[in-house]
Design a protein around this ligand. Structure first.
Ligand code: F6R
Length: 250
């Protein structure tokens, strides 16, 4: 793993995705152990984190990591699917991490994705604050530069709210559904401002669909319409990217 010079946000080039997963899993393990097991993690879904979650499950099965005292907050959830829908983000987390470890489901939180509105979103943010804030937040990045489901144009001080998904996001995520028509049009996402309040931000980005947006953000001007650019404002943010994603930066 090596630091790529002259990027706007610290960025590490990893030799393999497995290397990034091992580095971040170790960071989580150290954090959890340093706080007697009671860390608050911010979690993401999609393809990027799957290998990291497998690594955490491996550490759990090896007896090296327990998530029993961990609290988690996921970045986003689709509206209109319900938690038991196979494509909901709760189902995703259950499949890849929750059901495979000792995390207590009562301590796993998702943004309120029913029709309960703004009041519920503010209350959900209170739950994050009551947990002491997020110690360590995982992020992926959309090919349009979204973080969470904060689509381009989301203000850097935005809070948890309902958002209309960009067509490119619905197309990218159609692979988790039978057809694009089934991909919800709306989701609830932590805001950019909410994300920036986490102590540490760690971004995974792999493959050639991320190359252009990474070149634009990491070498380009500070376009405030691209949510990933908000990470420039954070003092402990880092990206872990593979050679395909980094190809325009090397
Ligand atoms: C998912 C999320 C999204 C994804 C992004 C990248 O919870 O917040 O921002 O991280 O769309 O998705 P993948 O990893 O599937 O390329």
């Amino acid at each position: 793993m090596k630091l790529i010079p002259e990027t706007t946000i610290p960025t590490y080039l990893v030799e393999t995705q497995a290397e990034a997963n091992e580095v971040l899993a170790l960071e989580i393990e150290r954090l959890v152990k340093s706080q007697d097991g009671s860390a608050t993690l911010g979690l993401a879904t999609g393809s990027s984190p799957i290998g990291l979650y497998s690594e955490l499950v491996r550490l759990y099965e090896a007896g090296e990591l327990s998530l029993k005292e961990v609290t988690s907050f996921n970045l986003d959830e689709y509206m209109g699917l319900g938690p038991d829908h196979p494509a909901s983000y709760r189902s995703f987390m259950s499949e890849h991490l929750f059901a495979e470890t000792d995390i207590r489901l009562t301590e796993t939180h998702f943004p309120p994705s029913d029709e309960s509105g703004l009041g519920a979103c503010a209350k959900w943010e209170d739950t994050i604050r009551a947990a002491g804030g997020i110690d360590w937040q995982l992020l992926g990045v959309g090919r349009n530069g979204h973080i969470g489901f904060n689509e381009p144009g989301s203000p850097f001080d935005s809070r948890t709210r309902r958002i209309e998904l960009a067509q490119s996001t619905r197309e990218a995520n159609a692979r988790f559904f039978k057809s694009i028509d089934e991909v919800p049009r709306y989701a609830v996402t932590m805001g950019v401002g909410t994300i920036l309040e986490a102590q540490r931000l760690r971004v995974l980005a792999f493959g050639d669909t991320k190359t252009d947006i990474l070149a634009r953000v990491l070498r380009g001007d500070n376009d405030e319409s691209i949510p990933l650019n908000a990470l420039r404002l954070h003092s402990d943010a880092a990206l872990y990217i593979d050679a395909a994603a980094a190809s325009k930066l090397l």
